[in-house]
Write a protein that binds this ligand. Structure first.
Ligand SMILES: *[C@@H]1O[C@H](CO)[C@@H](O)[C@H](O)[C@H]1NC(C)=O
Length: 212
């Protein structure tokens, strides 16, 4: 068989060269989005500044419509937080997810375990609202926090769903892990891509009658 330079050998040689020279080499990650607890897609070279591969499995309910989705892509490592996040805006509007961020070629090819979805109320309450097309929201409703959700969040910015990009604002309960999210971050969920301009996160107030 005649030796030939396949794209794969070329990429391997390039990666080796980059490593030997100590250069910042572009990373390649699996890229896909789909329903279910995993997805399969093509390997793609990450654009400049995206120095991590991410895999997110999310379970969500939107107005009672339940779904499980997976997202794999390149992203900025400093915006990427591995682990479990749970947010609740109302009994029929919530999201739980497991995320893994990693920094070697194709490291997101595997899957992550589906997130636990503990809907048991823990007694904490947060102001709640979900407003599309606006960047503020009044929080006049109340979300009952569940499971490990101990914080109240107020996130706002833009959200991209497919080709649609619109402003959004939302408030509700979240796990403390949601507080890692900072304004200016481009944050994917299993279903959407968020560009956050506001990411407030505070411990939920203790309900009256419960001694600290
Ligand atoms: C579910 O959440 C409740 C309320 O925080 C907690 O008491 C319970 O231990 C949790 N269950 C599991 C299986 O983690």
């Amino acid at each position: 068989m005649r030796p030939s330079v396949t794209p794969r050998t070329f990429l391997l040689a390039l990666a080796l060269l980059c490593t030997l020279l100590g250069l910042g080499c572009p990373l390649s990650c699996e890229v896909c989005r789909g329903s279910g607890p995993t997805c399969r897609g093509k390997m793609k070279t990450c654009e400049a500044g995206k120095d991590a591969c991410v895999v997110i499995v999310g379970e969500s309910s939107t107005k009672g419509h339940h779904s499980v989705n997976t997202y794999k892509a390149c992203m900025k490592f400093s915006d990427c937080y591995s682990g479990f996040v749970s947010t609740t805006m109302g009994p029929r509007d919530y999201m739980v997810s497991n995320t893994n961020c990693c920094q070697s070629d194709g490291c997101n090819r595997g899957s992550v375990p589906p997130p636990q979805n503990n809907r048991t109320e823990n007694g904490l309450l947060c102001p709640s609202c979900i407003v599309p097309f606006h960047e503020t929201c009044p929080g006049t409703q109340v979300a009952r926090c569940v499971g490990q959700e101990t914080h109240c969040i107020y996130f706002a910015g833009n959200v991209q769903a497919g080709i649609i990009n619109t402003k959004f604002a939302t408030r509700g309960c979240a796990t403390e892990t949601a507080c890692n999210t900072k304004p200016g971050a481009e944050v994917p969920s299993a279903s959407y891509l968020y560009f956050l301009r506001r990411a407030d996160c505070l411990p939920a107030p203790q309900p009256p009658g419960r001694a600290e």
